[in-house]
Design a protein around this ligand. Structure first.
Ligand code: GLA
Ligand code: ZN
Length: 673
């Protein structure tokens, strides 16, 4: 069994990507001195260093890396060592230009950025495993080595390549997956538009074609591209396991980022020894701490509930969004501890020292351009001390109240072309339901649609368009056994091949919901419909409506105007010993809150109505005790009721009754008992 915690790390991980190769060696001494001052416990090294480690083919220069690892070890800092396979050197591409990826339009991307890789390319595969072997052999016994950081963020910036090697690899993948070309024809429905293939050799990647291509083919290509990246990860991982047994292997995920939607992290979570995630605040006007909480919950879920590690976030602004605001005083600590509350075994950053050159010189860092007489540095030092006082939370697990079903394959399928409305964004619905649950102070586990749901009193299904029969059965049995579900529109429509389930919509869920959907009727931009509640209340919906015909379900809210007038917008169905809610339009925050309020009542969930909005309360529990994290995102001091007395770990003070949490502050109480 491989280790699941960084070797030799006895405290929470605190540090960041450390790129000493960008600096003269004279700076290194100052780096480690400052790392000690801040309480840094681990750094990630060598992620982009291939060109320095192998300056010419087969000629290695490990001297600088030896010296930096020794220096870090002498200063008690653990090392998360990168395999540099995300950026092969320029000489490699001169020799093997076909290792550069090709877009669906047939454009071969150039060298000069990062992550330009055709993952099917045999030369790349050999070169990547060779440099990985070299590193593993050289550093297997280095005392600083705590963990391996393979590659960097698989799936970005290039999620799929459409070159001829990939075409051949795709055909092999199809042969393994389907066996015969007839099985492919059947799955993809190639009878439509005369796309039938007589032989697997006739099949290409879904390159830019005259118009919309075959959706089954497009969906399978996403699966293939994901599996191909995973093959390369596993190849590196297996070398590392063999040569450095006992050192855990990870690769940094980006689980909740819309820009990284091409990786099935359920599958990847099973391959890594420690799940690690990178998270950056997306400044699009929404509440960033809600998205952060969602990312952390999703990462923990991908880790199967086990502790995971935040491998990158930022001390302040990033530099790759259209506008990159600095973080407010205290926000970095709230962000870092927000991840810890939801299961992270520390808080790491991109990057240690802010670069002077290169594409990311305006991205914040732990040591800013301005050095140590800066707010960011002072907050970094403070955070180091806070994390140090939380050492005993290591190994404990965050406890969740409800589950949200989540599946990358469904997300992929839903974003294919020619759907009923381009305004329907599955990710938007997942975010909205998450936010509504967050506002009721419920901690969310995400679950794969086929996973065991019996531990949850309430399961939310936001726009889960693709559901296998097994997933449909899973939800049905969950409700039959007494569970409560809330299902949002355009769920349970197609199977794993993007084929509509037989019979009326929503094929995978119509029994449990007690209804059929006769037609989808999306709204035009700016259009809204009125919805009347059975209790006299009124709401509006936009983007989407459906002609819902109850077949056992009871209408709770009904469309008051528009094409669907008179049909139910929200229904409730008793099924077995449980209850299934359905909503067929896009409700705003108020409507979602009302809907969840009823479902929560059915499910008997305790929604902590005594907590103010934007005050986050999350628990981690385990052998060392139960820890209550209270994060105050508001500008007012608040008091959080405690179920038992305890000790506040950041201040060292006793806490009883109602815990004062100052504006913008975080408090962590280890509860007595
Ligand atoms: C990603 C990468 C890092 C860096 C940061 C900047 O997470 O892994 O190398 O580019 O983004 O935010
Ligand atoms: Zn390729």
């Amino acid at each position: 069994m491989p280790e699941t915690t960084p070797r030799g790390l006895t405290r929470l991980a605190f540090g960041g990507d450390y790129n000493p190769e960008q600096w003269p060696e004279s700076v290194w001494q100052e780096d480690v001195r400052l790392m000690r001052e801040a309480g840094v416990t681990m750094v990630s090294v060598g992620i982009f260093s291939w060109a320095l480690l192998e300056p010419r083919p087969g000629v290695y220069d490990f001297g600088w890396l030896d010296r930096i690892l020794d220096l870090l070890h002498d200063n008690g800092i653990r090392v998360d060592l990168g395999t540099p396979t995300v950026v092969p050197p320029a000489w490699f591409y001169r020799a093997h230009p076909d290792a550069l990826p090709v877009t669906a339009d047939g454009v071969r991307l150039a060298f000069g950025s990062r992550g330009a890789i055709c993952h099917s390319n045999a030369h790349y595969r050999t070169a990547a495993t060779t440099i990985t072997t070299q590193l593993a052999e050289r550093y297997a016994d280095h005392p600083a080595l705590a963990m391996w950081h393979v590659h960097n963020e698989y799936g970005v910036p290039v999620s799929a390549c459409y070159c001829d090697s990939c075409a051949a690899h795709f055909r092999r993948w199809l042969a393994t997956t389907y066996g015969t070309v007839d099985a492919v024809n059947e799955a993809w429905g190639t009878a439509f538009w005369g796309q039938r293939y007589a032989h697997l050799d006739e099949i290409d990647p879904p390159r830019t074609a005259a118009t919309v291509g075959n959706p089954g083919q497009a969906l399978d290509y996403k699966r293939f591209a994901d599996a191909t990246m995973r093959e390369n990860f596993v190849a590196e991982r297996d070398i590392l396991h063999r040569l450095t047994p006992g050192v855990p292997v990870t690769t940094n995920f980006m689980v909740a980022l819309s820009q990284c939607d091409s990786v099935d992290y359920w599958a990847w979570g099973r391959e890594v020894d420690i799940v690690t995630n990178d998270h950056y605040l997306i400044t699009d006007g929404r509440r960033t701490h809600v998205n952060l909480a969602m990312a952390a919950d999703l990462t923990r879920s991908v880790a199967g509930g086990a502790p995971w590690l935040l491998l990158e976030h930022s001390t302040s602004g990033v530099n790759w969004q259209p506008r990159n605001p600095a973080k407010a005083p205290g926000q970095m600590a709230r962000n870092s501890l927000g991840h810890v509350a939801r299961g992270s075994e520390g808080a790491m950053f991109f990057q240690w020292r802010q670069s002077r050159r290169g594409a990311e010189k305006f991205h914040s860092a732990m040591v800013p351009h301005g050095g140590t007489d800066t707010r960011v540095w002072r907050e970094v030092v403070e955070l180091g001390a806070s994390l140090d006082s939380l050492s005993t939370v290591r190994g404990t697990r965050t406890t969740a109240d409800v589950a949200v079903l989540w599946d990358w394959h469904s997300w992929w399928a839903q974003t294919l072309d020619w759907r009923p409305s381009e305004d329907h964004d599955p990710r938007e619905r997942a975010d909205a339901f998450y936010e509504a649950l967050y506002d009721r102070h419920l901690t969310v586990d995400f679950a794969h649609p086929e996973a065991d749901l019996s531990a949850y009193p309430l399961v939310v299904v936001p726009a889960l368009y693709l559901m296998t029969e097994k997933a449909g059965r899973n939800v049905r049995e969950y409700v039959e056994n007494g569970g409560t579900v809330v299902v949002s529109y355009f769920s349970g429509i197609v199977d794993q091949h993007d084929a509509v389930h037989e019979g009326a919509h929503p094929g995978a869920l119509r029994d449990v919901l007690g209804l059929t959907v006769e037609e989808f009727s999306p709204l035009l931009p700016g259009q809204a419909v009125r919805i009347a509640g059975s209790d006299g209340s009124e709401l509006t919906g936009d983007v989407w409506t459906e002609v819902v015909v109850p077949r056992g379900a009871e209408p709770v809210w009904t469309y008051a105007d528009g094409l669907t007038a008179g049909h139910p917008a929200v229904t409730r169905n008793r099924h077995g010993r449980g209850t299934a809610w359905y909503v067929s339009t896009r409700l705003g925050a108020q409507g979602l809150d009302a809907l969840l309020g009823w479902a929560i009542e059915d499910a008997g969930v305790d929604a902590r109505a005594d907590l103010p909005r934007d005050v986050e309360v999350v628990r981690r529990t385990g052998e060392s005790g139960t820890y209550l994290f209270a994060i105050n995102h508001t500008a007012a001091d608040v008091k959080v009721p405690l179920e038992t007395d305890g000790t506040e770990l950041l201040t060292g003070e006793r806490a009883a009754g109602r815990l004062p949490v100052p504006a913008g502050a975080v408090r962590v109480v280890r509860l007595d008992g």
